[in-house]
Design a binder for this molecule. Structure first.
Ligand code: CTP
Ligand code: CA
Length: 239
């Protein structure tokens, strides 16, 4: 038998990670989606397991090749749409000590998916979209309402593009305060950075006296970035 692994920063904790991007069906063959590969979420799940946690990965349309980087023992739950993701995350909430929302979530879905493949009719096509639930905000609200582990740590992600008038980091700082999560992992995706890549560069914020305070910055492979994010999670939990 293998010797037991030494205790890690997340030993004994249950961690749920969402990864990938949700897809919203338009008809039986088409969907609205996004460019998230799921690599950062999978790296977070793998690093959480290495840090001693029991891990559930809620996988939104992540390629099998990307999922193959997961160590044995990580449970995978597959979802397609934002509403399915919400149900899966909500199912994790009573048991999870840490929930990391790394998935890129479709903010809107077609008001109705067509039963049959849509045919082109010539000319422009308008789509009726309705807003999806905000899964992370819902987790924060449910924790507030006592429907979660009291010491649950909720971690959001924000991939932002900025402009000279308003830098990407400012959008992320505002998002942290608006969402009410405990940590927000920000990456600047101006100019096509991060999507599908094997490396990443992030800043981790936490709320402090109504402002966003930097608790960590990390650059490197998505695995190295994950280890820094996990260290930041362990640090805020032990404060
Ligand atoms: N998120 C979520 N549910 C949604 C949209 C986003 O849970 N419907 C989560 C993401 O997984 C991420 C965080 O919220 O952890 C921030 O996502 P983002 O898309 O940046 O934020 P939004 O609130 O959707 O704001 P916007 O897209 O307008 O910038
Ligand atoms: Ca969004």
């Amino acid at each position: 038998a293998e010797p037991p692994a030494p205790p890690g920063p997340l030993s004994g904790l249950m961690v749920a990670v969402s990864a990938g991007g949700t897809r919203e069906p338009l008809d039986p063959v088409r969907f609205l989606g996004n460019r998230s590969s799921g690599k950062q979420g999978v790296a977070l799940a793998a690093a959480s397991a290495a840090a001693g946690a029991e891990v559930v990965l809620v996988s939104a349309n992540v390629d099998t090749a990307v999922l193959s980087a997961l160590p044995a023992g990580v449970r995978v739950e597959e979802v397609e749409t934002t509403q399915e993701l919400q149900a899966a995350m909500s199912g994790c909430q009573s048991d999870a000590d840490v929930i990391i929302m790394a998935a890129a979530v479709a903010d809107y879905r077609p008001a109705a998916a067509a039963d049959h493949k849509m045919k082109k009719t010539g000319g422009a096509l308008g789509l009726d979209l309705v807003e999806n639930p905000d899964v992370l905000a819902g987790l924060v609200a449910d924790r507030e309402a006592g429907r979660a582990r009291s010491a649950q740590t909720l971690v959001g992600f924000a991939a932002e593009t900025g402009s000279p008038e308003k830098p990407a980091a400012v959008y992320a700082q505002e998002k942290l305060l608006r969402k009410g999560c405990d940590l927000l992992v920000f990456n600047d995706v101006s100019g096509d950075r991060a999507f599908g890549a094997d490396s990443n560069e992030v800043t981790v914020y936490r709320p402090a006296q109504g402002r966003a305070e930097v608790v960590a910055s990390a650059a490197g492979t998505k695995r190295q970035v994950s280890e820094e994010v996990i260290a930041a999670i362990a640090a805020v939990r032990n404060r």
